[in-house]
Design a protein around this ligand. Structure first.
Ligand code: GLN
Length: 498
């Protein structure tokens, strides 16, 4: 190989799609890591140490709020003991992961990146975390987020702003920006995020990693700080589609602690041995997502990925879902309504930041909220309380629910003709830090292509398919409710061709 060719391989700005997000993350496939642990080629302790070292070395990206060192090393020792004694280990044994800091975890604090919960120690763990742990995965750190998961850039964190792994002057996307950056930077083989209106997919797109938002209810929300309960979903951020499939398989399924959970596909989600055929798959390109001020570089990358899947045998054509442009308005009524209700519990008495400066109980509520909540949380509480108030309920909340039903129907119609729908994950690549902070509406516009999947409860994934101006571009694929397995299969086909 020529010198300049070698150099090209290490330049993050390479124009080939397949390198986006994979340069800094040199972890092998998760299944390979586990096989190595079982075979004694590596130990869980070594893996945890590697993860912690990468976190420390790259702390300038501000991806991580806290590390869970003692507990992680202790769990690693337990797994290494099992291997030593010839016992069978779990499907994720020894694999380090990072959880967004709105997952309740033991061994440290859970803050939701809000001053309201700054010193909160969870008394129990989220079901998703428990299931991953039962399979041997090890939580090594808690990732930064927009406080309460309100945001699209991680700039709303009450603590610090996470930087994009490709360009430190840019945002990583949000609200799971710390989780996406952590995976892109190779701090762990996978991370967990939450997706209420795009918070797994948008940062995945901006950081060049895979981000999966499963069908609503497929992963238990128990033990995850609630944002908007009718749309909140938990999803993995990974380097590859196969890794996301494996993590989903471990953490999904019914949970008696969350009444909205559904059973998983009896075939599971892990793609090992899958015989999926791209040929004949019917794919609809969502026309409305190509119309809305789409950046030309992003458009080019998406068109390129679409052409390649056509060559692989898929039947591709454009499809229109005329109500989709309304999804953002619907979301920004329903979401704050549910946020205002979910955040009401943080009154400084039962939950959250307590202050003894107050002269009476009433004032203690006021001060706790005044000091504990940042401006975005306050904005959403006010909007939510307004749209739910008796004089405005019909005009806003009820109307939003009506349009929500219309959007669900349009998706159902589209899926009667197409197996999958595709489009960009976001209209642009990662934007500059500070670019949108003064204008909440322009920030909300970043979610224009992601919120509809949450409103309809359908699964969607963002995968890196190329770069534009040295920044990663994500392709979004959507599938009918409960077709998570098929979604992962087609995503892997796109991954292979891009
Ligand atoms: N960016 C969207 C919002 O601000 C979505 C957030 C999320 O998915 N948690 O509401």
């Amino acid at each position: 190989m020529q010198n300049h060719q070698i150099l090209l391989l290490f330049l993050p700005g390479r124009t080939s799609g397949s390198l986006a997000g994979r340069i800094m993350n040199n972890w092998p496939a998760i299944s390979e890591i586990v096989a190595n642990v079982q075979a004694g080629k590596t130990t869980a302790t070594e893996l945890v140490k590697k993860s912690l070292k990468k976190i420390t070395k790259q702390s300038d990206f501000n991806a991580i709020i806290s590390v869970v060192k003692t507990r992680a090393l202790q769990r690693a020792t337990e797994i290494d003991e099992q291997v030593k004694h010839g016992q069978a280990i779990g499907r994720l044994a020894g694999v380090p992961f990072v959880a967004k800091d709105n997952f309740l975890t033991l061994g440290g604090n859970t803050t939701a990146a809000s001053n309201m919960l700054k010193n909160f120690e969870a008394p129990y763990q989220a079901t998703a975390i428990n299931r991953l742990e039962a399979a041997g995965a090890i939580c090594v750190a808690k990732a930064n987020l927009d406080a309460w998961a309100h945001g699209s850039s991680t700039e709303n964190s009450d603590f610090f702003v996470t930087k994009n792994p490709y360009d430190k002057t840019r945002v990583p996307g949000g609200s799971s920006g710390g989780s996406a950056a952590a995976v892109a930077l190779g701090m762990a083989p996978f991370a967990l995020g939450t997706d209420t209106g795009g918070s797994v997919r948008l940062p995945a797109s901006f950081c060049g990693v895979v981000g999966l938002k499963p069908t609503y209810g497929l992963v238990s929300r128990s033990g995850v700080v609630a944002m908007a309960s009718s749309v909140d979903v938990i999803g993995p951020l990974t380097k590859t589609v196969a890794d996301a499939a494996l993590v989903l398989e471990v953490m999904s399924g019914k949970d008696e602690l969350d009444g909205t959970t559904i059973g998983r596909n009896p075939e599971g989600y892990s793609l090992r041995g899958s015989r999926f055929e791209v040929r004949g798959s019917r794919i609809g390109v969502i026309r409305e997502y190509l119309d809305v001020g789409l950046d030309s570089g992003v458009r080019q990358v998406i068109d390129g990925a679409t052409d390649k899947i056509k060559v692989a045998g898929a039947e591709v054509s454009e499809v229109s879902l005329p109500s989709l442009p309304l999804a953002l308005a619907v979301y920004y009524v329903i979401c704050p309504a549910e946020v205002s209700s979910n955040l009401a519990r943080y009154d400084g008495q039962r939950y959250g930041h307590f202050t003894n400066e107050a002269k009476d109980l009433e004032e203690s509520y006021e001060l706790a909220r005044e000091q504990g909540f940042g401006s975005e949380a306050k904005r959403r509480i006010m909007i939510g309380a307004h749209v739910l108030s008796s004089g405005y309920y019909d005009a806003y909340y009820k109307k939003a629910q009506t349009v929500r039903t219309k959007i669900i129907q349009e998706f159902e119609q589209a899926f009667s003709k197409y197996d999958f729908l595709i489009g960009p994950t976001a209209p642009t690549t990662a934007f500059k830090i500070g670019e949108k902070t003064k204008d909440p509406l322009s920030m909300y516009l970043s979610d224009i292509m992601t919120v509809a999947a949450n409103i309809a409860g359908i699964p969607a994934i963002s995968i890196p398919v190329g770069v534009s101006g040295n920044l990663p571009v994500g392709l979004q694929i959507l599938a009918p409710q409960k077709a998570d397995r098929q979604l992962l299969e087609i995503a892997r086909a796109f991954e292979a061709t891009s």
